[in-house]
Write a protein that binds this ligand. Structure first.
Ligand code: NAD
Length: 355
């Protein structure tokens, strides 16, 4: 059993904790939190042991009537791996504490790549983190890009990836984030930092990205143009992308026209918190013209990195193969959305631009 603790119990931390709890080869020892808020209440209801992330604030928990199992150092004494899900930059500050306690650590994409021995994506470079002490799971956008780029690179070779990322303004619980009514080039400098981040897990791919931020909390939308080194036909690429472990090709007949219906679908089929772990690629959008592939995909920023964290733990602590780990994670969490429709999408039909 791999003994795991989660430090930082926000958007990502709570989901990683649940995912770890579901693994047959992992034990969730506890979670560390800074304050006794509604998320602490929810963690207790789930039966998780709570630790005070900041020792000075331990009294806040007891004052609120919440029993804690100790403070962060106590949790670190009990575990093999900590998954740091603190806000960007806090993970790097925590690194030394983890090293002092001789605990391996998985960091998140908000940290710089130098925080860890390796950056991680299950599909792109699982083996690079084998036995590592410190690993960083790349961001939600980078995870979404890497899952598509890796198979395309393996199958066809890639001359150049150009990706436009339409980024959600904040997560549903992040009431202080925006924009409220605007579209921001973000970052305004081009190319954005996402391309170099993809190169932390796929170093040989030429990839330029640019970003915009819009007023939604639902998902990110990616518009991709990949110039391949060969000329597959559209159906072949569709089949390749459909065949990946963590992709969902949205069939035309499903009438899912955006993030709202995608999230509604996830809730309708009983996904916890309406989470969508898979890259959702519109089947109709996949189009190859010469060597140029185009597609639209959505990634759920709160969810897509969660299975990657589970696999990262296995890459560090076990000798399980990437395929075995991915299969186990997918099976335990219920990942692998496939349409129940028997679809034949037919030819791509261009429509007239009218706005
Ligand atoms: P969040 O703000 O939702 O959660 C962070 C939690 O850590 C909060 O509960 C906060 O109170 C707590 N915290 C603050 N300081 C702490 C400390 N010193 N010790 C312990 N806990 C502390 O943030 P998040 O969205 O879950 O992001 C966490 C990391 O995951 C960041 O690196 C982020 O870039 C990355 N990430 C976020 C998303 C996303 O869309 N939310 C997606 C992928 C990766």
């Amino acid at each position: 059993m791999i003994r795991v603790g989660v430090n930082g119990y926000g958007t990502i931390g709570k989901r990683v904790a649940d995912a770890v709890e579901a693994q047959p080869d992992m034990e969730l020892v506890g979670i560390a939190k800074t304050r006794p808020n509604y998320e602490a209440d929810a963690a207790l209801r789930r039966g998780y042991s709570l630790y005070a992330a900041i020792a000075d604030r331990a009294g806040d928990f007891t004052d609120a009537g919440i029993e804690i199992a100790g403070t962060l150092p106590d949790m670190l004494e009990e575990i093999d791996v900590v998954v740091d899900c603190c806000p960007s930059g806090v993970g790097a500050e925590n690194r030394e504490t983890y090293a002092e306690h001789d605990v391996r650590a998985v960091f998140q994409g908000g940290e710089g790549a130098s925080v860890a021995d390796a950056s991680f994506n299950s599909r792109a470079n699982f083996e690079a983190s084998r036995d590592a002490e410190f690993v960083r799971v790349v961001s939600c956008n980078t995870t979404g890009l890497s899952r598509v780029i890796a198979p395309l690179q393996e199958q066809y070779g890639i001359e150049k990836v150009r990706a436009t990322l339409v980024r959600r303004g904040g997560d549903p619980a992040q009431t202080g984030r925006g924009p409220i009514n605007d579209v921001l080039p973000d970052p305004v400098t081009i190319p954005s930092h996402h391309g170099p981040d993809v190169n932390t897990v796929l170093p040989d791919v030429a990839v330029d990205t640019l970003g915009l931020t819009v007023p939604t909390t639902q998902m990110h939308t990616h518009s991709l143009n990949v110039t391949l080194e060969s000329e597959p036909d559209t159906e072949e690429v569709r089949a390749l992308l459909a065949d990946q472990d963590r992709t969902f090709l949205i069939p035309e007949i499903a009438a899912i026209d955006g993030a709202g219906k995608l999230k509604e679908f996830a809730r309708d089929i009983g996904r916890p918190r309406g989470d969508v772990w898979e890259n959702c690629i519109w089947a109709e959008s996949i189009n190859v013209t010469g060597r140029d592939l185009y597609l639209f995909q959505n990634v759920h920023q709160e969810a897509d990195v969660v299975p990657e964290n589970v696999d990262a733990i296995r890459s560090m602590c076990t000798d399980l193969s990437p395929a075995e780990s991915i299969a186990r994670t997918n099976e335990t969490l219920g990942i692998g959305l496939e349409s129940r429709f028997d679809t034949d999408e037919g030819d791509w039909k261009p429509v007239t631009a009218d706005d």
